[in-house]
Structure formats: structure tokens, C-alpha cells
Design a protein around this ligand. Sequence first.
Ligand code: HEM
Ligand code: HEM
Length: 218
Amino acid sequence: MTAVTQTETPPLSTPRPARGGLKSEAPAGADWRVERPRDHSRVSQADGRPRPASEGLKKRSTQIAVLRLWHAVLAGGFVVAWATGDENTYALHQFSGYVVLAALMVRGLIAAFSPADSLLGWPKLSRAQVWDWLAIRRGRNPLFAGLALALLATVAATAASGAIADWVTWMEHPHEAASDITLAVIFAHIAFVFYQYGGRPWVLTQIRRIRASLWGMK
Ligand code: HEM
Ligand code: HEM
């Protein structure tokens, strides 16, 4: 069976196992990879009937493809809108800004009609999840879901305030402020993704090197 839950599964990609680190531990997120059935030919459904094992994996890779495409449209639209906020490039700004707004609406619709265990639902974050992770420091870091929710909220605030600023002039300042806050969250998002998906061993090696050169520590 393909045990996948939205709270535990990386929507867009799976991080590579850490090659090094200050302490030896399971690669971040190892437990939220898809559990492949031992018998690859058949697995049981809830009603007991067997079904091809690849069915769940296929569904999941389709969901990942949809999320990746959506992510590309959202991120691309945002970058273009951010770079064209000037008066001279206003037409492109308007277009890309509305593309971002439309992408968020589509995401909302998809999430609303997706089953609970789908990757296409909203990212979920609970206090219990955070406490559990802090206690064992293993598995999926809740900052993934936290940053995803912060991004969705700030990008939505930027695009919606922009759409209002199109009609109500005094909204231009809140709109600019919202876009600056969103940019900060995006930087945090990219830094965190880099750290988790391959940059972590590199960062830890640099920390070790600096500590060794300063204090002779290993
Ligand atoms: C170099 C640039 C970027 C990279 C490499 C990147 C990578 C990723 C990855 C790997 C995830 C999945 C994280 C997870 O496992 O939960 C993700 C999620 C997300 N990213 Fe980015 N991202 C980039 C830029 C952006 C930008 C510019 C935006 C916003 C305009 C953005 C918005 C989001 C959102 C909203 C999600 C959550 C998707 C969801 O679960 O609904 N990303 N990104
Ligand atoms: C989420 C995507 C968006 C981002 C990142 C964004 C970003 C920005 C930024 C940085 C500015 C300030 C530019 C400057 O003064 O130098 C700006 C201005 C503005 N934006 Fe957006 N915006 C977005 C979406 C929208 C949308 C959907 C609209 C609706 C048409 C819009 C309408 C405006 C207006 C009217 C201004 C003021 C333009 C001016 O001062 O001449 N924005 N935006």
C-alpha cells in the first residue's frame, strides 16, 4: 500500500539523504517517503480486493506533477510581477499579478475538491506535530508546512491588495509592503529548501570547518 498523508509527504520532491552531519541521524524526511510494497505485483484495497501496486504510486506522481507545474506558474508569475511593479511596465505587472491571483484561486479549488490523503490538499500544520518533531528531531520538519502556509498567505495578500490597488489608489502602499514581506518569506523558503534538499551536509561541513579552525574542535 502506498502510505501517503498530506502532513507527512513532500509535495514537490524528496530530499537526498544527508551525507554527513554533526550527529548521525536518519535523513530528514526518510519516514515520509512512499512505502513501496514488497510484492510489487499486487496490494490490497480497503475492500480486500487486490489492485496493481503501481496504482497509488502513479496517482501520487500525477499529484506531484500538478504541484510542480502549479509551483512554476506561481513562482514565475510572482518574480515577473515583482520585477515589473514600475509604472513603465505596468501592463506586464498587471498581467503577471493576475496570473498569480488566478493560480492561487485554482490551488484553492483543487484543495477544496481533493480527498484528505491527497498531496493536493492544503499543507497541514498542528501544534502536536511541532512538539513531536521538537522531541525527536526526525522525520518531516514542520517548517515545510509552516513556510508553505506563510507563503500562500503572503502571496495571496500581495496579489489581492494589488488587484484592489488597481482601483483604489491608497492601497498601493499596503500592496508594496505586502510584496516586501512576501519576498522575505520567499528568501526564507528558498534557504530552507536549499538546506533540506542537499545543502544541509554542506552547511554542516562548513560549520565543522569553522569550529575546527577557530577552536581546534572536530
Ligand atoms: C529557487 C526558487 C524556489 C525553489 C527551489 C522552490 C522549491 C520548493 C519546494 C521544493 C517546495 C516543496 C516543499 C515541501 O516539500 O513542502 C516548495 C513549495 C512551495 N513553494 Fe517554492 N520554491 C522556489 C520559489 C518559490 C517562490 C518564488 C514562491 C512564491 C511565489 C514559492 C512558493 C511555494 C509555495 C506556496 C509552496 C507550497 C506548495 C503547497 O504545498 O501548496 N516558491 N517550493
Ligand atoms: C503577487 C504578485 C504581485 C507582486 C509581487 C507585486 C509587486 C509590486 C511592487 C513591488 C510594486 C511597487 C513598484 C514600485 O513602486 O516600484 C507594485 C505596485 C503596484 N502593483 Fe503590484 N504586485 C503584484 C500583483 C499585482 C496585481 C494583481 C495588481 C493588479 C493590477 C497590482 C497592481 C499594482 C499597482 C496599481 C501598483 C502601483 C503602481 C505604481 O505605483 O505605478 N499588483 N506591485
